[in-house]
Design a protein around this ligand. Structure first.
Ligand code: COA
Length: 258
């Protein structure tokens, strides 16, 4: 497959997958989600570790593409959620370790991308959040399920209900990222981590991650199904049209709760 929106480069056993739409802050449009899913299902032969990152100085991934979301109906929204959930379950279920190199904004689908990685390192400049409710929608790509599992229910509810971002240091304190690095050292630190992992038995690493991920996630499938249905339902409200249009028109949304 010829990718238009991502770069896939294998070097010394490490495959770097880069979301490459820097002019849109690497927002995940439908085509990018298809390409990422294809890439993770067809990693280059010889891949021992994957590093997932975003192109440019500013963003890891700034969310789902709002210009596309604004065209959703309740029914298509449910399909949109299912497609994104499939991508992130594919990343989380990857047979090699996946390291998220969070190099900037990781918002909405961007944080959901990072949450699906097995390990996250962040740049000092990274900002992370699930701002969906500020648009009138809910996280629909697994964020309602994976964020509480990683940072605890109380912190997750605070982040989701306020929609506010946290900086890299706060993210580190709450266990959302494992390490904070200077921006120009982030990729090097991720490669160092990959190198440490690659010294070990690859089958053992793969099985141990599989056991931890599946063991830590009882009820994940049920939670994702609830999220998918509620993402579809909320997308039928007037508030969603207002929230998404307001973002595109660069104004503050006025929600009416209908
Ligand atoms: N979907 C589509 N386009 C997006 C986007 C998204 N999620 N996030 C950013 N962009 C686009 C902007 O529309 C803009 O495009 P344009 O230059 O063609 O107008 C470009 O990326 C740069 O973004 P801009 O908003 O001008 O940068 P900024 O530095 O002022 O603000 C953010 C950066 C991340 C705070 C801001 O872009 C933002 O809030 N993005 C949306 C985050 C979000 O709510 N994500 C969850 C979606 S479910």
């Amino acid at each position: 497959m010829d990718y238009q929106n991502i770069l896939v480069v294998l070097d010394d056993g490490i495959t770097t997958v880069t979301v490459n739409r820097p002019d849109k802050l690497n927002a995940l449009n439908d085509e990018t989600i298809s390409e990422l899913t294809h890439a993770f299902l067809n990693l280059p032969d010889g891949t021992a570790v994957v590093i997932l990152t975003g192109a440019g100085e500013k963003a890891f991934v700034a969310g789902a593409d709002i210009a596309e979301l604004v065209r959703m109906t309740a029914v298509s929204a449910k399909d949109v959620s299912a497609k994104g959930q499939l991508l992130f379950s594919t990343i989380e279920g990857c047979s090699v370790p996946v390291i998220g190199a969070v190099n900037g904004f990781a918002l909405g689908a961007g944080l959901e991308t990072a949450l699906s990685c097995h390990i996250r390192y962040a740049s000092e400049l990274a900002k992370m959040g699930l701002p969906e409710v500020t648009l009138g929608i809910i996280p629909g790509y697994g964020g309602t399920q994976r964020l509480p599992r990683i940072v605890g229910l109380g912190r997750a509810i605070e982040m989701v209900a306020t929609g506010q971002m946290v900086g890299a240091d706060d993210a580190f304190r709450m266990g959302l990222v494992n390490k904070v690095c200077a921006p120009d050292e982030l990729m090097g630190e991720c490669r160092k981590l990959a190198g440490k992992i690659m010294k070990n038995g690859p089958i053992a690493v793969s099985y141990a991650i599989d056991a931890m991920v599946r063991g830590a996630n009882p009820g994940l499938g049920e939670g994702l199904a609830i999220e998918e249905i509620l993402f579809g339902l909320v997308s039928s409200t007037a508030d969603v049209k207002e929230g998404l249009t307001a973002f595109l028109e660069r104004r503050k949304a006025e929600f009416k709760g209908e």
